[in-house]
Design a protein around this ligand. Structure first.
Ligand SMILES: C[S@@+](CC[C@H](N)C(=O)[O-])C[C@H]1O[C@@H](n2cnc3c(N)ncnc32)[C@H](O)[C@@H]1O
Length: 292
């Protein structure tokens, strides 16, 4: 193909296949760089990944080339792909994301699976809360799969609640999921059958050393001095808002299971506790079922 006179310097010839080769080369040191290049190209063209692979001859407009270059550079600088494309798959659904919310993680799908199992076994228990909803991925996934569920989705971040609300609307669950900006369950009255919480759990001192804190929101990661500052308050108050026979499901860091267990025994009069491990065999979830 002949070079295009208007083509910006350093960019490959304006065909999709050529751009993919060029991008793959540039990203060869980055894990899954080739896949990222396909995702970026599909996003900019507004097509599927299958389409861009099947149509290497597809012509790129000048503005598309410029956008591709900007996104490629941001990806090279470490920005997560989900923030570049503005979306992430979670539990088979697509969620809009921005740097105001944590990018939903596969390990959190375990929490959703366990919650859905429990809801299936307790068809009379249909009032839920998702504390620290972020993109809304937990609340939306539960409501999507349980059509008679009603769920309050709270977050301290107003920006996160705006993202969550849009996701609830797009997934058709907004009438049954109620987004609200508040600290924990402070502004919410009532008693819940199921409370799910993926609150921040990284100790403040550790945070600066972690790559995740470069792009994802501090508010979503910083668990205070102990890492459990928010989780501890939630557990301590749980006797007030968790129904008898209700379930509190908490995502934690692997080293926190023992401390969370102790807190639960101190705070709930009668509780059945289970620690659930992730695919790497690490403690990832605490199951607290209030028996009385
Ligand atoms: C680890 S992110 C989880 C987001 C989402 N639930 C997920 O699993 O991807 C924690 C979320 O809790 C919110 N958060 C932090 N402290 C909070 C608090 N005290 N009350 C309510 N939400 C809080 C953050 O803004 C953030 O959106």
């Amino acid at each position: 193909m002949k070079p295009n006179a208007c083509q910006p310097m350093n960019l490959p010839s304006p065909e999709a296949g050529e751009w993919l080769k060029f991008a793959r080369q540039r990203l060869h040191n980055i894990e899954d760089g080739g896949l990222a290049a396909q995702v970026i190209l599909a996003h900019v063209l507004g097509k599927s990944r299958e389409f861009v692979l099947a149509h290497p001859e597809y012509r790129l407009e000048n503005d598309q080339q410029a956008q591709l270059e900007r996104l490629l550079t941001r990806f090279e600088q470490g920005e997560p792909l989900a923030y570049l494309t503005g979306k992430r798959e979670f539990f088979g659904l697509t969620f809009g994301v921005s740097p105001a919310v944590l990018i939903p993680r596969p390990e959190t799908e375990i929490l959703v699976e366990k919650a859905l199992d429990w809801l299936k076994r307790h068809p009379q228990r249909r009032l839920a809360a998702d504390v620290g909803t972020g993109s809304g991925c937990i609340a939306a996934s539960l409501a999507y799969h349980v059509p008679d569920l009603r769920c309050v989705a709270v977050d301290r971040s107003w920006q996160a609640i705006q993202i969550a609300r849009r996701n609830f609307e797009r997934l058709g669950v907004l009438g049954r999921v109620f987004p609200l900006t508040t600290n924990l369950l402070d502004a919410v009255g009532g008693v819940f059958d199921l409370v799910c919480a993926n609150l921040p759990y990284i100790p403040t001192a550790e945070l600066a050393r972690l790559a995740v804190s470069r792009f994802e929101p501090q508010l979503a990661l910083d668990g205070g001095w102990s890492g459990l500052d928010w989780i501890a308050v939630l557990i301590k108050d749980s006797a007030r808002w968790l129904a008898k026979g209700g379930l509190l499901l908490l995502e934690i860091e692997s080293g926190q299971a023992e401390e969370v267990t102790q807190l639960a025994y101190q705070s709930l009069p009668a509780v059945k506790i289970e620690i659930i491990h992730d695919l790497h065999g690490l403690p990832r979830l605490v199951w607290l079922e209030r028996t009385q």
